[in-house]
Design a protein around this ligand. Structure first.
Ligand code: AHR
Length: 553
């Protein structure tokens, strides 16, 4: 079964794989020679890291919206205007810049008009995901009560200080509905009937929503279009949209993973009406999930998946290999874009990324596509964010799939229980990259070797990314080895270090994760670093994601 079929229709055991103890790697640092080198090249800036690379995705799917984000104003769960308070507070802390909503596949079944006006008058509708829900799922996951609509979602974004990114329905609503959604959100107070409806709900001032997706996965759940057909629809849906003085940033539904032909054929058809058509496209979406842990045995969407909590060190490397493909996807699709857009106006928007495991590991039974992230997912996420940081000129936005109670979630929540997962902590470790100037950084470290079902396999030994803002430098580093620490000499070519500290996450158990009962099982630790003639020597423990904060002279 392929992913598109799944969407249409709705291990080896823990093996007690332990790493050396937390303290062991600290104590060995001074007594051995460095095995790795990191060189930061100040005279090779790569571009400004868009804060939106640290974006999120919240679909009306399973427990994301109802229970995850929305608890209701009258709930005993602490909330601000119906939105879970703990969530708002942590999202503010990680400086969440943008949130994509309402899907995902849900978007192309959604009628935004159902979600406005008095909440008790809104219709109940069958959720896109209803067929995939189980008997354990609550009613409002299957039948959408529309309690949360555009007003509530945009208000949630405002509470955090994030920009909303709305995905419009291209499969089952006409272009006119898209125009009216923009009008509802953005027309000035008192100017249109829809602005009056918005004002009646307490939102007189326009929402000024800037980011709009034109469908989602239009090659699959978003309409089963061919790339040519979708390009025709894209032209039609975007031929006229009301602007109200602000530019809209329109995001085209892009390829699934390495479907180069989608990118090429979409662009070929788009510019058949002339190269000016490219000006309509702010970004081309790219989706990549790391799901196939079969070690090359199958491409079957169900059979190829692994488990979230039960895995061995080979599964660990397999997941990272799948995630590592992101770098080639970014450069590959960028290459195709370059054939059409020499000026590089159109950027990539990686608006769904993360690992996807088989069902069964939900924190709350009945929450569709919920999985409990471990240290493996934290290392995966750090590695992915580093890839984005290394390509700032290509990537305008990225959205981790998904925010809460689903896939690569930053948070798990149920009723009054809330926990920050290791992914949430990674977003905190990486937050200071936002808006920084990325610097080329060369990592040299011993290659890792492992046994892939009797065949030798390798993986890189140490990688990361660096950015600088004024005198403050952030370097994030991933050590993917499940058993070896790396001792790295860090040289700063073009600056000297005043002081530095490291904040990292690792654990002797590669399965470490947080639960409602053990909320702090895996949290970042911090320590100052001593400098030696302006250079740093830093030990990265096995299975580690780390952030160095360096003050420069
Ligand atoms: O994130 C879950 C689903 O994965 C989304 O709805 C869809 O866009 C993708 O295939």
């Amino acid at each position: 079964m392929k992913r598109r079929d799944f969407l249409q229709n709705g291990a080896l055991g823990m093996a007690g794989f332990m790493l050396p103890s937390k303290t062991a790697w600290n104590s060995t640092a001074a007594s051995r020679a460095a095995d790795s080198r990191i060189e930061v090249l100040f005279d090779e800036p790569l571009g400004t890291i868009s804060p939106n690379i640290y974006g999120h995705f919240a679909e009306n799917l399973g427990g994301v919206l109802y229970d995850g984000i929305w608890v209701g104003e009258k709930s005993r769960v602490p909330n601000i205007d119906g939105v879970r308070k703990d969530l708002i507070e942590h999202m503010r802390k990680v400086k969440a810049p943008v949130i994509r909503y309402p899907g995902g596949c849900f978007a192309d079944s959604y009628d935004w008009r159902d979600g406005i006006g008095p909440a008790d008058k809104r219709p109940r509708r069958t959720n896109f995901w209803a067929n995939a829900e189980s008997e354990k799922s609550p009613q409002n996951h299957r039948y959408d009560p529309n309690t949360v609509g555009t007003n509530e979602f945009v208000h949630f974004c405002k509470l955090i200080g994030a920009e909303p990114y709305l995905a419009a329905n291209v499969r089952s609503l006409p272009a006119e509905a898209f125009q009216h959604w923009v009008e509802y959100c953005n027309s000035p107070a008192g100017s249109t009937t829809l602005a009056d409806v918005r004002a009646a709900a307490g939102y007189a001032e326009p929402f000024r929503v800037k980011y709009w997706g034109v469908g989602n996965e239009s090659w699959g759940c978003g309409g089963e279009f061919t790339a040519q057909e979708y390009a025709v629809e894209f032209r039609r849906y975007t031929a006229w949209l009301p602007r109200f003085g602000d530019d809209l940033s329109l995001i085209a539904s892009g390829p699934n993973t390495d479907d180069w032909s989608w990118t090429r054929e979409f662009l070929t058809e788009l510019v058949r009406k002339g190269p000016g058509q490219l000006r309509r496209v702010y970004g081309m979406a790219l989706h990549h999930y790391a799901w196939n842990l079969s070690r090359g045995k199958t491409q079957n969407w169900e059979a190829g998946k692994g488990e979230a909590l039960k895995f061995d060190s080979v599964d660990w490397y397999e997941l990272l290999r799948e995630g590592e493909r992101m770098e080639g996807l970014v450069t590959g699709h960028w290459h195709v874009l370059s054939e059409f857009d020499r000026e590089h106006r159109v950027k990539l928007v990686v608006d769904e990324w993360g690992p996807w495991y088989r069902p069964g590991g939900e924190a709350t039974p009945g929450n569709l596509l919920e999985q409990i992230p471990t240290l493996r997912d934290a290392v995966f996420s750090g590695m992915t964010l580093d890839i984005f940081n290394r390509h700032p000129e290509k990537i305008a936005m990225a959205n981790c799939a998904q925010l809460i109670n689903c896939l690569n979630n930053l948070y798990l929540a149920h009723e009054d229980k809330f926990v920050i997962t290791p992914i949430g902590h990674v977003f905190e470790l990486y937050a200071s990259h936002q808006g920084g100037s990325a610097l080329r950084t060369i990592f040299s470290a011993p290659t890792l070797h492992y046994d892939r079902d009797g065949k030798p396999a390798t993986f890189w030994g140490l990688r990361g990314s660096t950015s600088v803002r004024d005198k403050s430098l952030t370097m994030t580093v991933v050590n993917p080895s499940t058993s070896e620490s790396r001792l790295a000499e860090i040289a700063f070519r073009g600056a000297t270090v005043k002081e530095a500290a490291i904040r990292w996450m690792s654990d002797p158990d590669i399965h470490a994760h947080n639960t409602f009962e053990h909320r702090d099982a895996l949290v970042p630790q911090t320590k100052p670093l001593s400098t030696n003639d302006g250079a740093l020597v830093v030990e990265f423990p096995p299975a580690c994601v780390a952030a160095l904060n360096v003050q420069l002279n």
